[in-house]
Design a binder for this molecule. Structure first.
Ligand code: FE2
Length: 286
């Protein structure tokens, strides 16, 4: 049985390999067995983590809010401790970046990396840049519309959520220009959801024990059910997605320099790798 390869993933269908980084898919996992990830234990652990890793905002944000700035603009009045103590009603959204900086998550992080590599390194070689994110959210919290600079596996541990995902590389939803801008700036620019597209996403309803794959640059937004939600994601890049990211940055530089658009990215692996190598060289000497 293929599942025996993995500690936490339960993937037994070769169809997943075809869909990886092309369309979302739901699969099962066994992370609920990990005592570190219960709400009570997580709340205690998060309160001890460095504040720079913990983003605390209101979960009552509009789908069109800017994810990068929401935690600054929608800052709750209460303390994080109070938000956890009253999580059913506090309207809180808590995101923890790289909790693996605490040794308590070291083994879990290592096991998840092994699982992901066993699954995806043959499909999309050169996996690297693994990071974890933790999310604790009050009922009906929203993660606004956005895209990410990495591929994602999002694991549901408590509560239910709808993960609304669009196919990557739909130029009518996210233009080449928007993608190039997004990859060229760390914060402050986020593509907006265009009129008429809200209902065109694939809705992935996930329960505890289920996970969803969000492909690289797939637009998505998330709404939790009327229950407290606990989830964890692992994010990563591959040689290919890193080349795409740097080719997009090259195109942005080219557009600014010559005032014309370079050929769109993701049409030719050779062209993307070439652009990425020029971008990398420029970065190394700049
Ligand atoms: Fe995301």
């Amino acid at each position: 049985m293929q599942e025996e390869k993995y500690k936490y993933l339960e993937l037994n269908d070769d169809d997943y390999a075809v869909k990886f980084n092309k369309e979302p898919f739901i699969f099962k996992h066994s992370l609920e067995s990990c005592s570190l990830l219960s709400f009570t234990t997580l709340a205690e652990t998060i309160l001890k983590l460095p504040k720079s890793h913990v983003y605390f905002s209101s979960g009552n944000v509009d789908i069109t809010a800017n994810l990068d700035t929401a935690h600054k603009l929608f800052k709750p009045e209460m303390t994080l401790q109070d938000a956890f103590a009253n999580i059913e009603t506090s309207g809180a959204f808590v995101m923890v970046r790289e909790p693996e900086s605490d040794p308590v998550f070291k083994e879990l992080f290592s096991d998840l990396i092994s699982d992901v590599k066993r699954f995806a390194d043959n499909i999309d070689p050169g996996l690297h840049g693994f990071k974890l994110y933790l999310f604790i959210a009050s009922p009906e919290s929203v993660t606004p519309f956005h895209i990410d600079r990495y591929s994602t596996l999002l694991f549901q541990l408590q509560g239910h959520k709808d993960v609304n995902v669009w196919t990557p590389w739909d130029k009518s939803l996210i233009s080449d220009f928007e993608l190039e801008q997004f990859f060229s700036f760390k914060e402050g620019f986020s593509p907006e959801l265009k009129d008429g597209y809200l209902d065109t996403a694939v809705v992935n309803h996930i329960h505890p024990g289920e996970a969803v794959h969000i492909p690289f640059v797939s637009p998505h937004w998330i709404i939790n059910s009327a229950e407290v939600s606990v989830s964890l994601s692992i994010i990563f890049n591959s040689k290919r997605t890193t080349n795409i990211a740097n080719a997009l940055r090259f195109n942005n530089w080219y557009r600014n320099k010559f005032n014309i658009s370079a050929a769109p990215v993701n049409n030719s692996r050779i062209q993307d790798a070439f652009k990425a190598s020029i971008y990398n060289f420029y970065q190394s000497v700049a």
